[in-house]
Write a protein that binds this ligand. Structure first.
Ligand SMILES: Cc1ncc(COP(=O)(O)O)c(C=O)c1O
Length: 396
C-alpha cells in the first residue's frame, strides 16, 4: 500500500521525525485524490443542490447523487436506501428519534452489548427515559467474544443494535448468527459498522440487516459525512427526523407532505461538498480492492500483535486479530503518559476510555492505550512503536 499517496506523511515532521499515525480507528488520513477533489468541486461546481433551476446547481446535484450511487454500490444497497447524515452517531440518533421512538413500547426489550461505543448506548438511554423499555447487554467471554447469543431467543428483543467490529477489542462479532437468531424472533437489526466498512467487504443484502451505519472519515473520506443504510420498506414507514429545506413535497400553514426516501431524511442544506468528495475515497479503496486491503491489514495486524507482545510489562486486552486494533496497558503507567511519551517520537496513538466506558468497567480498567492501523502503515511504523514502548517500559 502506498504511503506516498497521503501528503500528511511528507508534510508533518514534528520533532524532525516522520509521523507514525496509529490512531486510525479514530479517524483516517486522506489521500491526495480526496484532497484535490475539494479544489475541483469549489472551483467548478459549487452551488446549492436541488434548489437551483440552473446548470451549475444541476451539476452539483448530479455529483451529490453520484456519491449516493457509489456508496450504495459499495455496500450492495439500493440507491434510495442510502441517507447522508453527519456521522455514525447522527445516523444512530436518527434511528432513535424516528424508527425506535415509533416502534418501542414500555414492555419491550432491546439488546446491546457491553462493547458498544457510547454512540450506540447513550441515545438508547435517552429514549429509555421517555418510553421506559428494558435494555439488555450481551457480555463477553474470556476470549473477548460476545457470549450467550442464545439469549436472543429467550428475551425476544424488539431491536438488536450491535457493533460489527469493536473499536477497543478489535473483535469481529458473529453478526450473521445474531441476524439469524434475531430473524427467528422478529427483531429489527441495526449494525454499527463504523469500524467495519473500511476493513472488510460489507454486503447489506447478504447480511440481511435492517439498518447499517458508518462514517466517511474512518474510510479515507471527509469528516461531516455519515451514512445510514435502511431497508426501503422500513424507511418508507418512518417519520422524518429533522424538518426544513428540501425534505417536503408541499407545506401549508397546518401540514406538510414529505418527499419519498431518501430525501425525507435530508433536511436543510446538506453537507454536499463533503459528500461529493467522499466518492473519491471510495474510488481509492476500490482501486486497491477490499480483498487486498483485508489481507494487507490482517498481515500487518498479526505483526503488530507479535511486536507489542515483546514489550515488557504490556497487557493486551484482546486477541491477535485481523483488524489491527489493539488496546493495552503497560505496567502501571497511565495511558495519557504513554501517549505523551510516544508523541515525543512523533507516534500518534489513542489513550483513554475510547468512548466505551461500559466496556472499561467490564474490563476493570479506567483507561487503556490503543493502537489502530490502516493501509498506509507498514512494518517500520510498528517497529518504531515497539522500540518506543520498550524504552518507556524501561523507564518505570
Ligand atoms: C464502533 C463505533 N461506533 C460509533 C462511532 C462513532 O463514530 P462518529 O464519531 O463518526 O460518529 C465510532 C467512532 O470511533 C466507533 O468506533
Amino acid at each position: 500500500m502506498n504511503k506516498k499517496d497521503f501528503p500528511i506523511f511528507k508534510n508533518t515532521k514534528f520533532y524532525n521525525k516522520d509521523l507514525v499515525y496509529l490512531d486510525n480507528a479514530s479517524t483516517t488520513q486522506k489521500p491526495q485524490i480526496v484532497i484535490d477533489e475539494y479544489k475541483r468541486f469549489y472551483e467548478n461546481y459549487n452551488a446549492n443542490i436541488y434548489r437551483g433551476i440552473y446548470r451549475l446547481s444541476e451539476e452539483a446535484t448530479a455529483l451529490y447523487e453520484e456519491s449516493r450511487k457509489r456508496v450504495a454500490k459499495f455496500i450492495n444497497a439500493d440507491f434510495e436506501e442510502i441517507i447522508f447524515t453527519r456521522n455514525t452517531t447522527e445516523s444512530i440518533n436518527l434511528l432513535i428519534y424516528t424508527f425506535a421512538k415509533k416502534n418501542l413500547k414500555k414492555e419491550d426489550t432491546i439488546l446491546l452489548s457491553v462493547m458498544e461505543h457510547h454512540s450506540n448506548i447513550i441515545p438508547w438511554l435517552i429514549l429509555q427515559k421517555e418510553i421506559g423499555f428494558s435494555i439488555e447487554y450481551l457480555d463477553i467471554d474470556e476470549n473477548f467474544n460476545l457470549k450467550n447469543l442464545e439469549i436472543i431467543e429467550k428475551i425476544k428483543p424488539k431491536i438488536i443494535s450491535l457493533c460489527y467490529i469493536s473499536n477497543v477489542l478489535g473483535v469481529k462479532n458473529d453478526i450473521e448468527k445474531v441476524i439469524k437468531l434475531g430473524r427467528k424472533n422478529n427483531s429489527y437489526i441495526i449494525i454499527d459498522a463504523a469500524q467495519a466498512v473500511s476493513h472488510i467487504s460489507v454486503d447489506v443484502k447478504k447480511l440481511d440487516c435492517d439498518f447499517l451505519v458508518f462514517s466517511a472519515h474512518k474510510m479515507l473520506g471527509p469528516t461531516g459525512v455519515g451514512i445510514l443504510f435502511g431497508k426501503k420498506d422500513i424507511l418508507d414507514k418512518m417519520p422524518p427526523f429533522l424538518g426544513g429545506g428540501e425534505m417536503i413535497l408541499s407545506v401549508s400553514k397546518d401540514e406538510f407532505i414529505s418527499k419519498d426516501v431518501p430525501y425525507k431524511f435530508e433536511a436543510g442544506t446538506q453537507n454536499f461538498s463533503d459528500v461529493v468528495v467522499f466518492k473519491k475515497s471510495i474510488d481509492y479503496l476500490e482501486s486497491l480492492g477490499m480483498k487486498k486491503i483485508e489481507k494487507y491489514i490482517k498481515d500487518l495486524s498479526f505483526y503488530t500483535y507479535d511486536k507489542l507482545s515483546e514489550v515488557p510489562g504490556i497487557k493486551i486486552y484482546g486477541n491477535r486479530n485481523e483488524f489491527g486494533i489493539y488496546s493495552f496497558s503497560l505496567k502501571k503507567i497511565h495511558s495519557h503518559d504513554i501517549s505523551s511519551f510516544l508523541d515525543e517520537d512523533n507516534i500518534a496513538i489513542r489513550a483513554g476510555h475510547h468512548c466505551a466506558e461500559v466496556l472499561m468497567k467490564n474490563l476493570k480498567v479506567n483507561s487503556l492505550s490503543r493502537v489502530s492501523i490502516y493501509i498506509y502503515n507498514d512494518e517500520s511504523d510498528i517497529d518504531k512503536l515497539s522500540e518506543s514502548l520498550k524504552n518507556i517500559s524501561k523507564l518505570f
